[in-house]
Design a protein around this ligand. Structure first.
Ligand code: GTP
Ligand code: PEP
Length: 212
């Protein structure tokens, strides 16, 4: 089964605010873009992925991610993350009604295509399924099979909220690159230890990372 991924990305100047102690205002938008570029490139390299739609109103990110092969869907609702994801899922279902759809965070710079394939193949066994993030509090991926609504509940404590919504939690080992989202300097160090993609490697090379 091949999936369509929906990846949300807010305007780069507002993105990754929790990284402000690690990357100053002049660097952070470029870092957020690099995370998204490495996430999208790995997703497009995944054998279980048919296509990738990025929901964003950021013009630069839209151009750069389209150049990698993503479809850009404007964040027409402008009403936050879950509204953006529901809108993106509806847009991709309009052109690919039979496709399973998965929401994936844009901040997975260590993402490995074959680990993503393992997660998507596991998710294909259930109507709705999700993967908890590395901290086991949030969510990095939520998938819905054909004829099932995505019903995204991302944000604070989303692991508990996705579980409460009836989605099945995927209990997989060896998929750390799909779980490792980057919100803080400590997360960035963990992602660098896993091995990040080339865009993030280039931008983070110049950063002084506290604690490293
Ligand atoms: N299109 C869209 N994407 C969003 C929106 N809010 C958040 N996102 C994206 O959803 C993912 C998780 O978002 P957040 O954790 O809220 O924001 P963040 O930029 O990752 O980090 P912080 O600013 O530190 O909270 C990231 O890929 C964001 O870019 C939104 O309103 N619209
Ligand atoms: C939005 C989420 O991720 P983040 O850790 O980036 O806030 C989430 O876990 O639901």
């Amino acid at each position: 089964m091949q999936w369509t991924l929906v990846i949300p990305l807010k305007p780069l100047t507002r993105a990754k605010s929790r990284l402000s102690d690690t990357a100053h205002d002049g660097v952070r938008p470029g870092l957020a873009l690099a995370f998204a570029q490495d996430t999208v490139a790995a997703a497009l390299g995944c054998p279980a992925v048919a296509d990738v739609a990025v929901v964003t109103n950021d013009a630069l990110a839209g151009r750069e991610l389209a150049a990698l092969g993503a479809r850009i869907v404007p964040d027409a609702p402008g009403a936050g993350l879950n509204a953006a994801l529901a809108h993106g899922a509806a847009a991709v279902r309009a052109s690919r009604p039979e496709s399973p759809v998965a929401a994936l965070n844009a901040d997975l710079p260590a993402l490995r295509p074959l680990e993503l394939a393992r997660v998507l193949n596991a998710a294909a066994e259930f109507p709705r399924a999700f993967l908890a993030d590395a901290a086991r509090v949030g969510t990095t991926l939520l998938g819905a099979g054909p004829e099932h609504e995505l019903l995204p509940r991302f944000g604070r404590d989303s692991r508990a909220r996705h579980r409460a919504s009836g989605a099945v939690e995927l209990r997989l080992d060896g998929v750390g690159s799909v779980r490792q989202d980057v919100d803080t300097g400590a997360d960035l160090r963990a992602a660098l230890a896993l091995g990040v993609g080339p865009h993030t490697a280039a931008v983070s090379a110049g950063l002084l990372i506290p604690g490293s």
